[in-house]
Write a protein that binds this ligand. Structure first.
Ligand SMILES: *Cc1c(COP(=O)(O)O)cnc(C)c1O
Length: 417
């Protein structure tokens, strides 16, 4: 910033989990010529080809879930799982403002209404107290995200759901392999939805997997994945609610790659934890900086490395801090996002121009997306939250040490900044 050399001296190596095993797996599929074996009718191939089935089998075994349904993205999986619950237009689903937008838009896809509850200041996950405050007569489900890699308060949330007769979908895109009280995140709620998008711990380019122990939900997700309307009659499915189909099918190449990727999940998760622990040790004690919180009986798999900064204790604004750390070569950003403040919710314009589904049948939903409904999330975003991406770079020990040194250098010079 003031002319010296930056603490992080070279560009970090791009995170890459794809190797020879994936190359061979993809090649073996290509050699067969059968790149997808799904058929959108009631046929043996309704469930997909051999790689899809083998991948789903491996996923079930690894996560100890009774059913695994592959899809072409986590977004598709969220849509399939919410549809499977049997949501009616106008039903409300409680969701976090701190998640990727798909957790909320997948609710709108079924013409249901997202209702944003606030988050906890320590793990940034949905706050059970705020969930309860937001339950109305119309609430049918809770969409809970394990944000940044730390599981949400799943027992408390499942208990709230049980008391209020709600279903729970867990968006576990950022927390594959995280543990919650001895169980894998994603296997606690009614359905857990994983992402295999390029940016995650492990990936197949694009892809996702839904897991559940509920056979009926699994069947309904399989139907929504694959042209339900053309299948229900021959399959003998009586419940036609939300049985309008999409094409959410994963290809055989992605499934073959996924089988290899799953074998690497444990290693990639341990690598994230190792890097984050080293970071936390190095950053401990810096005035006004709070390193990540990990609750007892949980593991944090650090999709990103979240920090909370108190500018009042240092006298340097967060904006200025990000500027200075960036000048030192640290890839860091201030704030996260508050999904409720996106234009789609602010203007309540989604389908067409007349406010559907908030406005339908001559009635208007009273749900509010005003700034102020999620004070904890909004304040963190506006003032104190910082994050370092963890699945963007490889992070050798030297890389981590140089990032730590950048923070210490900045803190040593706080007075001059
Ligand atoms: C990445 C992500 C998604 C979307 O995943 P896709 O597979 O890209 O559709 C959804 N929710 C969260 C929390 C994510 O991090």
């Amino acid at each position: 910033m003031f002319g010296g050399s930056p603490a992080v001296k070279h560009e970090l190596k791009r995170y890459n989990v794809i190797g020879g095993e994936e190359l061979e797996a993809a090649k073996s599929v290509i050699e067969t010529g059968v790149l997808s074996q799904f058929l959108g009718c009631w046929d043996e191939d309704f469930y997909g080809g051999s790689k899809i089935r083998a991948f789903e089998h491996a996923w079930r075994q690894y996560f100890n879930a009774e059913h695994a349904v592959t899809v072409n993205s986590n977004t598709s999986g969220l849509m399939a799982s919410l549809g499977a619950l049997g949501l009616e237009p106008g039903d409300e689903v409680i969701v976090s403002p701190w998640t990727m937008c798909a957790s909320a838009t997948s609710i709108l896809v079924w013409n249901a209404i997202p209702v944003f509850a606030d988050i906890e200041a320590d793990t940034f996950n949905l706050d059970p107290v705020s969930i309860e405050k937001n339950i109305s007569k119309k609430t049918k489900a809770i969409m809970v995200t394990d944000i940044f890699g730390h599981p949400a308060m799943l027992d408390e949330i499942m208990a709230i759901a049980a008391r209020n007769n709600l279903k729970v979908i867990e968006d576990v895109a950022q927390a594959p392999g995280a543990y919650y009280k001895g169980r894998f995140a994603g296997t606690v709620a009614d359905v857990g939805v994983f992402s295999l998008n390029y940016h995650k711990h492990i990936h197949t380019g694009e892809g996702g997997v839904c897991v559940t122990n509920d056979a009926s939900l699994a069947e309904r997700m399989q139907l929504i994945r694959n042209h339900a309307e053309a299948v229900v009659e021959d399959k003998g499915v009586d419940n036609l609610v939300n049985m309008l189909g999409f094409n959410f099918r994963m290809g055989e190449i992605e499934a073959a790659i996924g089988i290899e990727q799953l074998k690497k999940l444990d290693k990639q998760v341990n690598r994230s934890i190792y890097v984050a622990d080293r970071m936390s040790e190095g950053l401990a004690g810096l005035k006004g900086l709070r390193t990540p919180v990990v609750k007892s009986d949980c593991t944090h798999v650090y999709y990103v490395y979240p920090l909370v900064y108190d500018a009042e204790l240092t006298g340097v604004s967060r904006t200025r801090l990000v500027e200075v750390l960036s000048a030192e070569g640290v890839s860091i950003s201030g704030g996260y996002q508050n999904v409720h403040l996106l234009p789609i919710f602010q203007k309540k314009i989604a389908y067409g121009s007349r406010g559907f589904p908030w406005r339908m049948d001559g009635e208007e939903s009273d749900v509010s997306y005003d700034k102020g409904i999620c004070p904890v999330a909004e304040k963190l975003h506006d003032e104190s939250f910082l994050c370092l991406p963890m699945c963007l770079y490889e992070f050798t020990d030297e890389d981590v040490d140089s990032v730590i040194e950048a923070f210490h250098k900045v803190w040593r010079h706080m007075d001059g900044i």
